[in-house]
Every structure is written in structure tokens, then in C-alpha cells.
Design a protein around this ligand. Structure first.
Ligand SMILES: Cc1cc2nc3c(=O)[nH]c(=O)nc-3n(C[C@H](O)[C@H](O)[C@H](O)COP(=O)(O)O)c2cc1C
Length: 182
């Protein structure tokens, strides 16, 4: 049994849901998987983990700054262990080139080259946004030519089968490329 940490950043909760889902998949394969909400805390990577899957979401073209800080602070540990990044955005659903650009900028800004990267579609949670955010998001979405402008409902773009496959592929990678024995 391996011990896997899933530290993540989230603003509206979708990345937290994806982190929980990944944790369930890893546990179903007999591993210990712990999620860690990085928000508002200067976390160091705890000792004793065999692998790490970092999650972050995109707002205004950037992943959460506190996730980038976490990665920079723990770079040697992340480079020593099997480690993955999953990036959550609307672009991952509709505009993969933009989604890849966000990841490339995150990698350049942190100096981290994750062993595995996934880009997952996020969610448009109109019913949970405040008034201004709802109007802003509707305007952005409609300017991109998307029909998903009914602010009386939410739109979830996360493909859960893809999330499960990524978690399982990472397990295979981890088993073939174990980090140093502590
Ligand atoms: C104010 C705001 C700005 C956003 N900016 C972007 C963006 O620049 N590019 C993008 O692809 N998605 C953008 N999104 C979509 C989010 O990445 C998506 O809603 C994701 O599910 C958020 O994940 P979280 O709930 O874990 O924070 C934005 C969403 C909001 C609410």
C-alpha cells in the first residue's frame, strides 16, 4: 500500500470535488490517499508520502498563487517523488490550447516539471456565484460563442471517467517509478 497526498487549490469547489474523487479511486485500489486544501496556509509537504498529485484551478488566466507557492517551497520533494499535476479550467473543456498554455506558465513560474499532467474541464456554477461573478462569467462564456448562458443552472464539464483513468495511469507510473525509500 502506498501513501499518496493530494494537495489542491480551489476557489469555487470543483477542484476539491476532483481531488476527493481521485482519493476515492486511489483508495479503491488499496492505497492511502489524503487530500489537503492548501488555501490560506503555508503548507510544507508532510513526510512519509510515496507520491503526490497536486491540483489547481484557473481564474483570470492563472492557477492559484498559493498552489504555485506550495510547489516552489516543496520543489526538491516533488522532484524526488512520483508527482502529477491536474489543472482544472473551462478551457480544458473548450479550448485545449489555452489550457496547455496555463499549465506551461505554471511550470515556468514554479520550475516544476510534473511527471504526469492532466487538464480537466471544470464547472460553471452560475447558481453559486454572486451577482457580479454570474454576469461576468455569462458575458465571457457568451463572447466565446458557447450556448451555456442559462444562469438559472450550473454546467459541469468534468469528465469523471477521464479523472479515474488519469488516477489509475498515475498509479501504474508510481509503481514503475518509486521514489527513494525513506
Ligand atoms: C471569476 C472566474 C474566472 C475564471 N477564469 C478562467 C480563465 O481565465 N480560464 C479558464 O479556462 N477558466 C476560467 N474560469 C473557470 C474555472 O477554472 C472553473 O470554473 C473551475 O471549475 C474552477 O475550479 P474551482 O471551483 O476548483 O476553483 C474562471 C471562473 C471564474 C469564476
Amino acid at each position: 500500500m502506498a501513501k499518496i497526498l493530494i494537495p489542491y487549490g480551489t476557489s469555487e469547489g470543483q477542484t476539491a470535488r476532483i481531488a476527493d474523487y481521485i482519493s476515492d479511486v486511489l483508495q479503491a485500489h488499496g492505497h492511502q490517499a489524503d487530500t489537503l486544501d492548501l488555501k490560506h496556509a503555508d503548507h510544507d509537504l508532510p513526510d512519509g508520502y510515496d507520491a503526490v498529485m497536486v491540483g489547481a484551478s484557473v481564474h483570470a488566466g492563472k492557477h492559484e498563487g498559493y498552489v504555485a507557492d506550495f510547489v516552489r517551497r516543496n520543489l526538491p520533494a516533488l522532484q524526488n517523488l512520483p508527482a502529477a499535476l491536474f489543472s482544472v479550467s473551462l478551457s480544458a473543456h473548450g479550448d485545449p490550447e489555452d489550457a496547455e498554455k496555463y499549465v506551461a506558465e505554471f511550470e515556468d513560474g514554479t520550475g516544476w516539471r510534473p511527471d504526469k499532467v492532466a487538464m480537466f474541464g471544470g464547472a460553471l456554477l452560475y447558481t453559486q456565484y454572486g451577482f457580479l461573478k454570474r454576469i461576468l462569467m455569462k458575458r465571457i462564456v457568451s463572447s466565446q460563442g458557447s450556448p451555456d448562458t442559462d444562469t438559472g443552472r450550473d454546467y459541469i464539464y468534468t469528465e469523471w471517467d477521464g479523472v479515474r483513468r488519469f488516477a489509475e495511469e498515475f498509479l501504474v507510473y508510481m509503481e514503475r517509478n518509486p521514489g527513494p525509500v525513506s
